[in-house]
Design a protein around this ligand. Structure first.
Ligand code: XMP
Length: 512
């Protein structure tokens, strides 16, 4: 196992992800926690020091002497390289030439880190993001790679097994990064790479049991993949100590509520409280058109209902959530980080404190596709695990303007026709997210010699890897016109269908 020591980089989780993809077990721990006792207990075969936002030239540089003295190979990335160099007696300066984004590294020596990947003398694309840089090496080190602005872009002390890189091998823009990390864990640390998602599942189950003990746990189901995977995992770990709560907002997709209830009560036999709250949600949303106001109302009503129902479950001490790693990053930025809040994503973050509950978040370290793998490992049906993401506020943000039951029903029907057609065409898995949006615009048409004056439906389908950026999906013209005809023939009230061809940015995926 590898220990990843986190100094606060935005991309630390990507290191873990690259390692897991390569069959290596690893855990991320903040540098404040990795003392001698921790190391003795965790017993890593290798250590990776992450990047971070701080400067090692400042006085409160973290002490990493115990990590370097532990006696296993260490790879320092960016800030991790600088902190290692400084600790061992080299020098780091605040560089006049900051280097961000793409750069070229020239491999100036052969090294176990480069083995079969980078050849001496070759130039390779990497991704850099640093202000400080190393200017002199500690004893025992030599340079194995240079770039224009980082003369010590890659360094090594092979005898002690210490390696440092100024660039980020964990991001995809460093083309061979994953293979360099693999060299570190396999060639240098001697790991075999036989770790699997099945092993992760077993470890998570053990951890959940340890955390929860004999207490009761409540888990809110949203209908989406994440909360479902979290719930099934918890159920394997603690059986009937778990109760799920499913609040049907009336803003879900067609049959979604029923599918969730059938799956949990029927297939898994997991205790489930099912609350029909359509009237309450639509009542509170009546007359509201502002997107952020809609989100806030839905968030508040959800919390109220959930709180009421959960307080009836006696002895509950924990709230389980299907929080993923990207949610963790997003909520960090939403609570005062450097990035701007574009949309206040609805979550139940305020609940645990209000209700005096502790949190269980078994998926916090995973990315979406890893959660899907875990779901398959737990035996969830492929069709469920492969579902497109669905926003917490549901159809409310796919009906610009005021929401009515009639509008929600019409949209549900049209959305199902569109999604069924996508499935029939075999395109569902190639698309990140596809959905319909019911516009508050009426246009004139002609049907069977009569004039119509009906609403416009917009279809959207995007490809993406993480939802942060997206491209529109290029359906064939023929496919789109078939869907359009089918929707207009079957959905009274919709008179025109358009296809949204805006990428993200500048658009967002949802219309609101
Ligand atoms: P945007 O529209 O911001 O969407 O490009 C990115 C991803 O997030 C989903 N989304 C939300 N999810 N609550 C959620 O739980 C929200 O308020 C919300 N708004 C957007 C969206 O469906 C897409 O997958």
């Amino acid at each position: 196992r590898i220990l990843i020591v986190d100094f606060g980089s935005q991309v630390t989780q990507l290191i873990a992800r690259r390692l897991r993809e390569d069959g290596i077990y690893c855990e991320i721990h903040p540098y404040t926690k990795t003392d001698e006792a921790f190391l003795a207990d965790y017993a890593p075969k290798g250590i990776i020091l992450s990047g971070g936002p701080h400067s090692v030239t400042s006085a409160d540089r973290p002490n990493v002497s115990n990590l370097l003295g532990y006696g296993v190979p260490v790879l320092g990335i960016c800030y991790g390289q600088q902190v290692m160099v400084k600790e061992l007696g080299g020098e780091v300066e605040v560089s006049g030439e900051r280097e961000f984004g793409r750069a070229e590294v020239k491999a100036t020596a052969s090294s176990p880190l480069f083995q079969t990947v980078w050849a001496e003398g070759g130039q390779y694309p990497v991704w850099m993001s640093h202000g400080d840089r190393v200017i002199s090496l500690p004893e025992g080190f030599h340079t194995i790679g240079t770039s224009e602005n980082a003369p010590f872009a890659a360094i090594a002390d092979e005898l002690r097994g210490f390696y440092g890189v100024q660039f980020h091998p964990e991001v995809v823009h460093t083309l061979d990064g994953a293979r360099l990390l693999s060299n570190f864990t396999k060639q240098i640390c001697g790991l075999t790479g036989d770790w699997t998602m099945a092993a992760f599942k077993d470890e998570m189950i053990a951890k959940i049991r340890q955390q929860v003990g004999s207490a009761k746990v409540i888990c809110g189901l949203s209908g989406g993949v994440d909360s479902a995977v979290a719930a099934v995992l918890l159920h394997e770990a603690i059986g009937d100590q778990l109760t799920c709560v499913f609040v049907d907002t009336g803003l879900m997709r067609m049959n979604e509520g029923r599918e969730v209830v059938d799956l949990f009560r029927g297939t898994y036999n997991i205790p489930l409280v099912h609350i029909e709250a359509e009237d309450q949600f639509l009542g509170e949303l009546a007359g509201v058109s502002d997107p952020e106001a809609k989100r806030k109302i839905i968030g508040r009503v959800f919390v109220e209902i959930f709180e009421r129902e959960a307080s009836r479950i006696e002895g509950a001490e924990f709230l389980a959530q299907g929080t993923l790693y990207p949610d963790v990053i997003e909520s960090v930025s939403a609570t005062g980080g450097p990035s701007v809040t574009i949309k206040s994503h609805h979550n139940v973050g305020g609940l645990p404190e209000r209700m005096g509950l502790k949190l269980v978040e078994p998926l916090r370290e995973l990315f979406k596709d890893e959660v899907r793998d875990l779901g398959r490992e737990l035996g969830l049906p492929d069709a469920f695990v492969g579902r497109h993401p669905f926003p917490g506020p549901g159809l409310a943000i796919r009906i610009p303007g005021e929401i009515t039951k009639q509008g929600a029903d019409l949209l549900r029907k049209a959305d199902k026709i569109y999604l069924d057609a996508i499935r029939e065409e075999g395109l569902y898995d190639a698309i990140w997210q596809a959905f319909a949006v019911l516009l508050p615009v009426r246009t004139v048409g002609v049907m069977g010699d009569a004039r119509t004056y009906d609403q416009v439906l917009a279809l959207r389908a995007v490809t993406s890897t993480d939802g942060m950026t997206a491209d529109t999906y290029a359906f064939s013209h023929d496919f789109l016109s078939r869907v359009s005809t089918k929707i207009i023939n079957n959905c009274e009230g919709i008179g025109r269908v358009v296809y949204d061809i805006t990428s993200k940015p500048p658009g967002t995926i949802e219309w609101e």
